[in-house]
Design a protein around this ligand. Structure first.
Ligand code: SAH
Length: 231
């Protein structure tokens, strides 16, 4: 399916309003704001939620998952400072919208999603936009993607009770990892940096709610207990 230019014109005004809202939340990096114009969010969500595609809110994308709030994604990008040379690992492709934003900022993006149908839909939207520096994999992202490690940037879009050790292991020197950490109900955004072989941790945002990271080093699907130690 090609991008319908008429639909795109219809949505351009909404996109500008969304960008103003993101700017209103303190993100004023022009390169980041422009990404939200270059990647039309409605193309990444089911047609039934197109009227809400440019609200600054999380929206349902099916399979019990949500596309994250755009201003939080803008915060991710402003904290991570992705450069054109960077190799990025994204955990939780979801709609693929953040994947697209990252792909236009980085050299290459590797993105893992546990729900096959979402990965397939994300691929279709990325193809429509001719974004072709993205590798998608279906599987448990809590183990990272060792084959392409180390990564300059690791972006986790699902909430975890603790930082999976695989992510820290797969972080390059100078690398940045962002991940929501907390309970199932509420998390803080943690930024973890590897500098001179030291690991630095800081909280960059409080009180947010992401869908759970389900897998070996995240939550188990049935309860709020963490997975058993797999060693
Ligand atoms: N940035 C995405 C966020 C989607 S929500 C967007 O804006 O659309 C987070 C996604 O993480 C969900 O699609 C969920 O299925 C996925 N997820 C949860 N646990 C995962 C795991 N262990 N590995 C890969 N993906 C996972």
């Amino acid at each position: 399916m090609a991008v319908d230019p008429l639909d795109d014109r219809r949505f351009a005004g909404y996109r500008r309003k969304l960008i103003e809202q993101i700017r209103g939340r303190g993100i004023d990096d022009l390169a980041i704001l422009q990404l939200f114009d270059r990647v039309p969010r409605h193309l990444f969500v089911p047609e039934g939620v197109w009227p809400r595609a440019y609200e600054d809110a999380a929206i349902p994308i099916g399979y019990g998952q949500t596309a994250s709030q755009p201003s939080l994604q803008a915060l991710y990008l402003s904290v991570l400072q992705v450069t054109p040379d960077d190799t990025v690992l994204e955990i939780g492709t979801g709609s693929g919208f953040l994947t697209g934003l990252l792909a236009l900022s980085a050299d290459r993006v590797y993105s893992v999603e546990r729900i096959r149908e979402l990965s397939v839909r994300a691929r279709a939207a990325l193809d429509d936009l001719r974004i072709n520096n993205v590798a998608l994999m279906v599987g448990d992202g809590t183990i990272g993607w060792r084959k392409y490690a180390p990564f300059d940037v690791i972006v986790v879009s699902a909430a975890s009770p603790s930082v999976p050790p695989s992510f820290v292991d797969q972080l390059a020197e100078g690398g940045r990892l962002i991940i929501p950490i907390g309970t199932r109900e509420s998390q803080e955004l943690m930024l973890i940096r590897r500098e001179d072989s030291d690991i630095h941790e800081e909280t960059i945002h409080g009180e947010c709610t992401f869908v759970p990271l389900l897998g070996r080093f995240g939550w188990t699907s049935e309860s709020s207990e963490t997975s058993e130690d797999p060693t």
